[in-house]
Design a protein around this ligand. Structure first.
Ligand code: PBG
Length: 416
C-alpha cells in the first residue's frame, strides 16, 4: 500500500477475500454456509473495483504511515463481508461523529428547579428524597438559588410547607398576601430580578383534607368553588411577583378562569404553565411526604377520597391527554406540562405533536427517589443514569424539564 488515506477505522482487515475482485467474491461465496443467505445480493451493476494505481506520481509522497493495521483476536471466524449498502455504525464510529450527529443536547437553560420552603431558618432534609431539603425561605432558599444560577439554572418553582395550624377545609391560606409562598416569591424576585419564578396553584398544601380541591362530605371534589379560590391564589402570587403561574390541580376550566382573573388585575404579562396531562400517579409519594400534603383519612361524617383519581388522569389513558391539551390551549395556556415524565414519554410526544406551545415535563419526586436509591445501592451510576433520563425526556419532546436533579445535572454538564 502506498501511504494511503486510511484512518484507524478504515483499514481493511488483512484477510484474503479482500484481495479478490468483488464479482469473483460473490461467486466464491455463493451458497457458502455463512453470511446472509436470505437477503438478495446487491446488483452486480453497481459493484466497482478500484485497483490502486501503481504509476509513480511526480509529487512528494506522503510519509509512510505510522498507523498499524488492527488485528482481530485469534480464532475470529473468517467470513465474507455482509453485502450491506447501509451500515448505520459508520455514523457512530467516533466521538467526533457521534457528537456531530447528536439530535438532542441538554442545557441548564431548559431546567426548572423545584424548591421546597418552610417558615424556619434551618434546612430540614427530606427523608424520602435524599439530597433535597425543605429550605428556610430567608436562608437556604436564597443560597440554593444562588448556587443554581451559578450552574446556569435560572428557573425555579416554589412549593411551600404550610404549618398544620394554618390549614383549613377551604384552604384560604393559599391566597394570603403574606403567606409563605407569596413571601418567598417576593424575596426571590427582589434578590434576583431576572430569575424566572414559577408557582404552584392547587389547594393541597393548605387543605386539612389533603386534596387539590375542596372536599364535599360525600367525597366529591368541588370543581367550580375550588376554581374560584385558585384564581385568588394565582392573583396573589402574581402580586408577589411571580412570572409563571402553574395550576397543578386538574380542575376543569381553571386555566381560562385564571387567565381572566390575571388579566382583570392587569397581569397580562404573567404566563400560565398548565399541568395539562397530570396523571394520578404513585410517583408523587415522596413529594407528599415533603409537604405532609397526602389525602387524609375520612370518617363516617365526612368521606375523603384516598387518592386523586377523581381529577388527575388515569395512567391507562392516552387519547384523553389530547382533549385536555385542546382545552388548555383554547383557555390561554402558555406552556403545557406532562407529569410524571419518565413513564409518560408517549404523552410528552403526543402533546408535542398536537400543539405549537412549548411543552414541559415534570420528573417528579418518585422518579428522583428511584434514581437516588438505585445509585446509593450501587446498582446505577448516578450521573449517567440521571443524564440519560433527562435526555430521554427532552428527546420525547419536552422543551422544559422540572427536575430535582437540575442543579446537579447542570454541574455535570459543565464537567463534560
Ligand atoms: C400538588 C402537586 C403535587 C406535585 C406537584 N404539585 C402532588 C400531587 O398532585 O399530589 C407532585 C410533584 C412531585 O411528586 O415531585 N398539586
Amino acid at each position: 500500500r502506498t501511504g494511503g488515506d486510511y484512518t484507524r477505522h478504515q483499514f481493511p482487515l488483512e484477510i484474503p477475500y479482500l484481495q479478490m475482485n468483488m464479482t469473483g467474491l460473490s461467486k466464491t461465496f455463493a451458497g457458502a454456509p455463512v453470511g446472509n443467505l436470505f437477503r438478495p445480493a446487491r446488483s452486480n451493476a453497481i459493484r466497482r473495483t478500484c485497483p490502486v494505481s501503481s504509476k509513480a506520481a511526480d509529487v512528494d509522497l506522503a510519509p509512510p504511515t505510522k498507523r498499524v493495521a488492527p488485528r482481530a483476536p485469534e480464532g475470529s471466524p473468517v467470513v465474507p463481508p455482509q453485502d450491506l449498502a447501509s451500515r448505520p455504525r459508520r455514523n457512530r464510529r467516533s466521538a467526533t461523529v457521534r457528537e456531530a450527529f447528536r439530535e438532542t443536547i441538554l442545557t441548564p437553560s431548559n431546567f426548572i428547579y423545584p424548591i421546597f420552603v418552610h417558615d424556619g431558618d434551618d434546612d430540614i432534609p427530606i427523608d424520602s428524597m435524599p439530597g433535597q431539603s425543605r429550605l428556610g425561605w430567608k436562608t437556604g432558599m436564597v443560597k440554593k438559588v444562588r448556587e443554581a444560577r451559578a450552574a446556569g439554572v435560572n428557573q425555579v418553582v416554589i412549593f411551600p410547607k404550610t404549618p398544620d395550624h394554618l390549614k383549613t377545609a377551604t384552604a384560604e391560606e393559599c391566597f394570603n398576601p403574606n403567606g409563605l409562598a407569596q413571601r418567598s416569591i417576593s424575596l426571590l424576585k427582589d434578590t434576583f430580578p431576572d430569575l424566572e419564578v414559577y408557582t404552584d396553584v392547587a389547594l393541597d398544601p393548605y387543605n386539612t383534607m389533603g386534596h387539590d380541591g375542596m372536599v364535599r362530605s360525600d367525597g366529591v371534589i368541588m370543581n367550580d368553588e375550588t376554581v374560584y379560590y385558585l384564581c385568588k391564589q394565582a392573583v396573589s402570587q402574581a402580586r408577589a411577583g411571580a412570572d409563571v403561574i402553574s395550576p397543578s390541580d386538574m380542575m376543569d376550566g381553571r386555566v381560562g378562569a385564571i387567565r381572566e382573573a390575571l388579566d382583570a388585575e392587569g397581569f397580562t404579562n404573567v404566563a400560565i404553565m398548565s399541568y395539562t396531562a397530570k396523571y394520578n400517579s404513585a410517583y408523587y409519594g415522596p413529594f407528599r411526604d415533603a409537604l405532609a400534603s397526602a389525602p387524609r383519612p375520612g370518617n363516617e361524617d365526612w368521606s375523603i377520597p384516598k387518592d386523586k383519581a377523581e381529577y388527575q388522569m388515569d395512567p391507562a389513558n392516552y387519547r384523553e391527554c389530547l382533549r385536555e391539551a385542546a382545552l388548555d390551549e383554547a383557555e390561554g395556556a402558555d406552556i403545557m406540562m406532562v407529569k410524571p415524565a419518565g413513564a409518560y414519554l408517549d404523552i410528552i410526544r403526543a402533546l408535542k405533536d398536537s400543539t405549537t406551545l412549548p411543552i414541559s415535563a415534570y420528573q417528579v419526586s418518585g422518579e428522583y427517589s428511584m434514581l437516588k436509591a438505585g445509585s446509593a445501592a450501587g446498582y446505577l451510576n448516578e450521573k449517567d443514569a440521571v443524564l440519560e433520563s433527562l435526555i430521554s425526556i427532552k428527546r420525547a419532546g419536552a422543551d422544559l424539564t422540572l427536575t430535582y436533579f437540575a442543579v446537579d445535572a447542570a454541574k455535570w454538564l459543565q464537567e463534560v
